[in-house]
Design a protein around this ligand. Structure first.
Ligand code: SF4
Ligand code: SF4
Length: 345
């Protein structure tokens, strides 16, 4: 309990001081999917070895001065990592640990273990409401059904009310009609629905041509579907409104399987150094310099898109009120449908 309060207080202080608050840790690039919208299953990424346990130990130690970070374990497909549970246990101690998966390899036991080892949020990616289209985009037959089953296992295996399960969809040129049915699926499964805008140049996808129309449509869906959660400032940023200069490198960073620090997962061109072998303060200073001296506005993904409206954008209070509602605790429901524990404990 004391550790929980300490984490919340430290995070609040870091947010107020606009420090480094978020890190995406790519623990392996290997993946069982062949998504149109991704490069990680291609060379040169796929040949990089997964993060070793030695590297994860050092990472956990070296990142302690930045704790707690909102840390997201990602890939590639993180469930393919041979030491996922050990690695998650190491990093969850000091940080808020999330994980994003395509869901294919999730089992009820693994879902339970991940939550027992301290994961705060687990997201499963589904982009289309029809199995045929989702499986085709991701290049893996049977994926839709297994991803939906993964959401069910995860929803049933939370051990604390503050743990969250999300379905996350990439908004692309051809899946807008699928968003509302996917929010319905979330409602049915008792999970929430997040969106992220496709990153131009990542794989061979496309963004919707008329982003103003997309914003209008999504606002409309949100009115009917409470499962669909989008921070207002993030949604408005789809069409450029209220977008600040990208702060990846200042408030957010990415770490690759070798422990190299990057501004974000898409800027692998210039690592700012190694968290493992270099001085952390020097690496952070280099990341900040990259961000401030070489501004980038290539994408509007949900990682930068949620943090920037909360820290810098207009209407910060409105965005914070929404975000706090979006991440509030939800009671654990047992298989008979009775709440076991309230949101306040
Ligand atoms: S988008 Fe995710 S699931 Fe698809 S190939 Fe890339 S890492 Fe794998
Ligand atoms: S705009 Fe996108 S690609 Fe550019 S640094 Fe920010 S997050 Fe990375």
């Amino acid at each position: 309990m004391a550790n929980g309060i300490w984490k919340v207080a430290r995070m609040a202080g870091k947010i107020l001081a606009k420090k480094m608050i978020q890190a995406t840790v790519m623990i392996n690039y290997q993946c069982n999917c062949r998504c149109r919208i991704c490069n990680y299953w291609r060379e040169p990424f796929r040949s990089l070895p997964p993060m070793s346990l030695t590297c994860a130990h050092t990472l956990a130690e070296k990142l302690k001065p930045l704790a707690p970070l909102a840390m997201c374990l990602a890939g590639g497909e993180p469930l393919l990592h041979p030491n996922l549970i050990d690695l998650a246990g190491l990093l969850a101690r000091d940080h808020y640990l999330d994980l994003v998966t395509n869901g294919y390899l999730m089992t009820p036991d693994l879902a339970g273990d991940l939550f027992k080892f301290g994961l705060s949020e687990i997201s499963v990616s589904i982009d289309y409401a029809l199995a045929k289209e989702h499986d085709a985009q991701r290049g893996l037959e049977g994926l839709f059904d297994r991803a939906a089953a993964a959401l069910e296992y995860l929803a049933a295996k939370r051990v604390k009310p503050e743990q969250r399960v999300r379905l996350v969809s990439v908004v692309m040129e051809d899946n807008l009609d699928h968003i509302e049915p996917l929010s319905d699926l979330c409602q049915k499964l008792g999970v929430k629905h997040n969106l992220t805008l496709y990153v131009p140049g990542r794989g061979h996808g496309g963004q919707p041509a008329d982003l103003s129309a997309v914003v209008k449509r999504l606002k409309d869906i949100q009115k009917r579907k409470p499962a669909l959660l989008i921070v207002p400032g993030y949604l408005e940023g789809f069409e450029g409104r209220g977008r600040a200069q990208c702060r990846n490198g200042v408030n957010l960073m990415a770490i690759d399987p070798l422990g190299r620090a990057l501004r974000c997962i898409d800027r692998v061109d210039k690592p700012a150094g190694s968290i493992i072998t270099d001085d952390l303060k020097v690496v952070l200073a280099k990341l900040k310099k990259q961000a401030l001296e070489n501004p980038c506005n290539r994408c509007w993904t949900s990682c930068r898109g949620v943090v920037e409206p909360l820290l810098y954008g207009p209407k910060k209070i409105k965005n914070w009120l929404y975000q706090l509602r979006a991440i509030r605790s939800e009671p654990i429901i047992n298989p008979c449908g009775h709440g076991l524990r309230g949101g306040g404990d």
